[in-house]
Design a protein around this ligand. Structure first.
Ligand code: RB5
Length: 144
């Protein structure tokens, strides 16, 4: 898969770990920064990554900040994006099965590295169920 990834300073170390993990698994990464722990504003990084998913430059997106909240709020402002902030594997799987989430939002200050990687793997592998869930997801877009 082609995966757009971005973080602010608070998510930068986890972004690097997730990027390496995904590349080792054969995924292609499009890195929208940031590239250090110097303080930046998360919308400046999360938005371009979400836009890359919305315009099909990437198949999925992963955005990371301290809590996962700011990047998720930003991603969900982009039309066509269904960003899910996940702190457990069950939610990650369900965000795919029922909500067809196309951006995963993680918080480095909330979720440890081991769990974060398990969440990422579960989220990437889980299919969308379609059916009645497709109708509901279409209604999300219709309400824009
Ligand atoms: C940065 O201090 C922090 O506010 C940011 O990473 C994020 O948690 C915001 O939602």
């Amino acid at each position: 898969m082609k995966i757009a990834i971005a973080s602010d300073h608070a998510g930068f170390p986890l972004k690097e770990v997730v990027s390496e993990h995904l590349q080792a698994a054969g995924h292609e990464i499009i890195d929208f920064g940031t590239n250090s722990t110097a303080s930046v504003d998360y919308p400046d990084y999360a938005r371009p990554a979400a836009q890359a998913v919305a315009n099909s430059q990437a198949d999925r997106g992963i955005v990371i900040c301290g809590t996962g909240l700011g990047v998720c709020m930003t991603a969900n402002k982009v039309s066509g994006i269904r960003g899910a902030r996940c702190t457990d594997e069950y939610s990650a799987r369900m965000s795919r099965r029922h909500n067809d989430a196309n951006v995963l939002c993680l918080g480095q200050r909330v979720t440890g590295v081991g769990l974060a990687l398990s969440i990422v793997d579960a989220w990437l592998a889980e299919p969308f169920e379609g059916g009645r869930h497709a109708r509901r997801v279409a209604k999300i877009e219709a309400s824009l």
